[in-house]
Design a protein around this ligand. Structure first.
Ligand SMILES: [Zn+2]
Length: 283
């Protein structure tokens, strides 16, 4: 007898992972290189919010160890596999600008970054964490998918308003620290959610504290039940899962998106590829 499943759940994250770990780093400082090198080794993902107006243009990579901005010529290769996102052209307090200047700061940054990386740049972080209702409305009309604030929010995802997205904490959060917070959540097998750390690569440099890169971030890595993703990947999967169609009789599922979505069918994980209808009936 074919068996119709008793319960079909759309999992929060791909492959039914129970936690998503994501990070972001602002300002495009050359110290980002050390973050990327470590993250590539540990399997962590980052979103890098860049000010296109302050990237170097000489074509010469500035030497490590100083504090210079990245050169435009190295950005695409450096951040491959990670996400490049908007942080405005010149890093102003957006709420002090008039509407046209706000729009230009955002769109010109987006265009310049897209010229460099070769894909649509859709996410953003507020310079200085600064915004007001007017700024948020302009970003909404420009089609920005999410914009990160400096607020600490729990749970941080999905946000009530993606343009007012808060994080789990800053890299140097204390009492509890980032690794302490993660350890506590991870140790609870029933916990599911997004763990989001933001900061600046140059803070490790300025504090002469590069040891903390490993102390803070390595404990988040290497977990089989954690999805390591960029900021935009979270929003893209969330969109895709919200569009999933499960037949009322639970016999079939249709995924109208381009991304695969994972279902939990009576405790068994079933991947539904983008654009496909699959049977959930067990013969
Ligand atoms: Zn900044």
């Amino acid at each position: 007898m074919p068996k119709i499943p008793a319960r079909v759940e759309i999992t929060s994250f791909p492959q039914g992972k129970r936690i998503a770990v994501t990070t972001s780093f602002d300002d495009g400082d050359e110290c980002d290189r050390r973050i990327v090198a470590a993250f590539n080794e540990w399997g962590l993902k980052g979103t890098f919010n860049l000010n296109s107006g302050s990237l170097g243009t000489s074509g010469v990579k500035p030497p490590d160890g100083s504090r210079q901005k990245l050169d435009r010529s190295e950005v695409a290769e450096l951040f491959r596999g990670h996400e490049v996102a908007i942080h405005t052209v010149t890093h102003p307090w957006l709420q002090k600008l008039d509407p046209s200047q706000i729009a230009l700061e955002v769109l010109e940054d987006r265009k310049a970054l897209e010229d460099i990386v070769g894909y649509p740049v859709r996410g953003m972080a507020y310079p200085f964490g600064g915004y007001d209702a007017r700024v948020v409305e302009i970003l909404r009309n420009l089609g920005i998918v999410y914009c990160r604030t400096c607020h600490v929010v729990s749970p941080c995802f999905p946000p009530a308003d993606p343009l007012l997205w808060g994080s789990t904490g800053h890299q140097y959060a204390e009492n509890p620290s980032i690794p302490e917070q993660f350890e506590k959540l991870y140790a609870n097998p029933r916990y599911s959610g997004v763990f989001y750390v933001w900061g600046h690569a140059f803070e490790f440099h300025d504090r002469k504290d590069w040891a903390s890169l490993e102390r803070i971030f390595k404990p988040l890595s290497g977990k089989p039940d954690v999805w390591y993703c960029t900021n935009i990947e979270l929003f893209d999967y969330e969109e895709a899962r919200k569009r999933m169609v499960i037949a009322a009789n639970r016999a079939t599922a249709f995924n109208p998106s381009a991304l695969s979505v994972t279902l939990n069918v009576d405790g068994e994980l079933v991947d539904v590829p983008g654009g496909k209808t699959v049977s959930l009936v067990k013969e």
